[in-house]
Each structure stands twice: as C-alpha cells, then as structure tokens.
Design a binder for this molecule. Structure first.
Ligand code: COI
Length: 358
C-alpha cells in the first residue's frame, strides 16, 4: 500500500478462459483485471484501484481524442522455472514515463507508485503469465487526458491505466531475421519534437510508411533523421544496432530517438563482455558502404516487445542489402540468449535488473 494512495481491489467474479499458449500473438488477449488511478488539479493522483478488466467511459470532448495528450510504457513479467514472477527493470519504465509526461505536459507519476501499481496488478493476474519459450506477460501502463474541454491547453484531469496481455513473439517471423525498409519520404520525428517521448502520435505518424513497407514485403521501416534523411534513428518499434568490423554501433540519443530500456541493457551487456560498442551519429550511407565492402557483420533491433530481433535485409532507395546471408548473427544470438536467460531466471543477473513480484 502507498501511504497517501492505497490501492483498493475489486476482484472479477467472471474470470476469462486463458488463450492457448502456442498462439498468443501480441496484444490480442487481456487479463482479468486492470489498474486505474485518477488525477485532478485539486486532488493530484488519487483513487488508485484494481478492478475487473472493462471498457472505460469518456466524454467525447476528452482532450486525448482531440489533441493526443497521452503517453504509454511497455514492460514484461516473466515466470521463472522455479515458479517466481519477475519484472525486468520496471524503475526504468517509470522514470521514462515521467520524462514522456513532462514532454507532453502531463503531471508526473511518482516512480514508486507506478512500480507498486504494476506489482500489485501482476500479482493478482499472475496466473496469466504464459509458459512456453519466448512467452511473457506484456504490461502496458498509459496516461490519457480526460478533461472534456476543447481549448488547446494541458488537461486538468487524467487517468493512469495499466492493462496486461499474455504475449508471444512480436513479429510473425518469431526470432528469425526481419526485413526492414529504409524510409526516405516520410519522417518520424525532428530534433525538438516529441520523438523521445513514448507518445501515441509518434506511432500513428509511422503507420502510413509501415503500410507501404508491408505491401512491399518488409516488416518495418527504418527511420532516418527528419532534416536531411541521412542519419539512422530507429525502427518503428525498436532501436537498432549494426556490427561493423568487430564494433557494434547504435545511434546516439539525440532527442528524437526513444531511449530504449532493451537498448540500454544491450549496451551494458556488450560492455560486460568486452565487445566494443559505440553510440554515435550513423549515416545510412556508411552502413551501405560497410555492407558493400563486406564489413557489415550483423544488424539487430532491440525493444521490450521485439526483444532482440535480427535484421536480415535492408532496402534503401531500391538497393537491397542482405546482412550476414540473411541469417541471425553471433552477437544477436548471444544477446538474445543472455537477455532472455536473465529475464526468465535461467542465469545469473549480474546487474540486478530483475525485480521479484511477491
Ligand atoms: C515496446 O517494445 O514495449 C513498445 O512500446 C513497442 C510497441 C509499440 C509494440
């Protein structure tokens, strides 16, 4: 219980049937309960509660519908072989939520309160954590501006909601390499914009390019910088890394790229293994140059949903670049095995990333 905001619990009387563990997909099924907390300028965050999973009712004038004042997070809960339930770095998600809130003029949610809400909900619905290789419980905290008022100003009322979904692999390819289309027409974000915030509009703005890429047989798009279309930013739902001549590179955080938690963990793991890793400005031209010269050894994406996703092919302005013969590279494989090993409690957690839910 949080001193000022006790979480009340109303349990469902009609638990749902659980989906088959071998066909979970991503974000299709939802657990029996959800967390909600309200905000008003007078009361601050209040009325924290866990209730049966249900639709929410909002005034059609609620600001979220008109001006997109909303942010979200994504993290996962895992069941270990000895039956423990653990979360991966939930403090990082809650700290990033505060930064996203700040960029979108939403009042902050105290980190401890956010973690406690996630733990309480995970605890109640822990039977929903699926077994099976690569399966986990995806947790989606989000904040919406609920004040019914059409003036363009920050809302005075919000809801912080957490829902959870048992998931398998994010991409239909599973852990096999994905094909990525390098986007040269549309842009995702600009320096000074909201690219760094986990806010809905960033994803909506990417759908048109993603649809076009899908039609051409590519799973996702790789975004280039908004000003010159030269520098690599991120892929639709993950950060991106390239291994060139023994060194792993990823674009540095420049304000328009999402500060990924799996990205951060990947950099820490690579350093721990003494594999050279550099965060810096990376041009698409230099990646292609390395590919043409046989120096591009691997490419992979990182994300909570995507975990470690090898990239087997890029297409930039019609030129296809096949990476590592279209197969999963050694470092991608090692990262996937070790990261999931830590997450599922199969191996030591040298950084104390995992937080047990009891
Ligand atoms: C996540 O990895 O949690 C994300 O937020 C990606 C998502 C948009 C599917």
């Amino acid at each position: 219980m949080i001193a000022s905001t006790p979480i009340t619990i109303e349990r469902t009387t009609t638990p749902k049937a659980k989906p088959p563990q071998d066909k979970l997909g991503f974000g299709i099924h939802f657990t029996d309960h959800m967390f909600i907390m309200n905000y008003s300028s007078e009361q601050g965050w209040h009325q924290a509660r866990i209730v049966p999973y249900q639709p929410i009712t909002l005034d059609p004038a609620a600001k979220v519908f008109h001006y997109g004042q909303t942010v979200f997070e994504g993290l996962k809960a895992y069941r270990t072989e000895d039956g423990r339930v653990q979360l991966f770095r939930p403090d990082m998600n809650m700290k990033r939520l505060i930064r996203s809130n700040d960029r979108m003029s939403i009042p902050p949610i105290p980190v401890e309160l956010g973690i406690e809400a996630v733990k309480a909900l995970t605890n109640i619905d822990q039977e929903w954590i699926p077994d099976g290789e690569g399966n986990s419980l995806y947790i989606r905290p989000f904040v919406i501006a609920t004040e019914p008022l059409l003036g363009v100003h920050p809302s005075h009322e919000y809801q912080f909601i957490i829902i959870m979904s048992p998931v398998g692999a994010y991409y239909p390819e599973g852990i096999n390499p994905v094909k990525i289309f390098v986007e040269s027409r549309y842009v995702r974000a600009m320096i000074g914009g909201v690219g760094e915030a986990k806010t809905a509009g960033n994803y909506a703005a990417g759908l048109k390019a993603q649809e076009a890429a899908n039609e051409k047989g590519y799973t996702q798009v790789l975004w280039l910088d908004g000003a010159e279309h030269k520098y690599i930013e991120e892929v639709g739902s993950m950060n991106v890394f390239f291994k060139i001549d023994g060194t792993v590179y990823t674009p540095s955080l420049n304000g328009s790229i999402l500060d990924g938690i799996t990205r951060n963990s990947t950099i820490q793991l690579l350093k721990h293994w003494n594999i050279p890793v550099e965060e810096r400005v990376l041009s698409i031209e230099e990646i292609y140059e390395a590919g043409r010269n046989g120096k591009l050894e691997e490419a992979f994406g990182t994300g909570t949903a995507a975990v470690i996703s090898p990239v087997g092919e890029l297409n930039w302005l019609g030129e296809k670049l096949i990476i590592n013969g279209g197969a999963t590279g050694e470092v991608s494989e090692k990262l996937y095995t070790n990261l999931t090993g830590i997450q599922y409690g199969k191996q030591e957690d040298p950084f104390n990333w995992m937080v047990e839910v009891k």
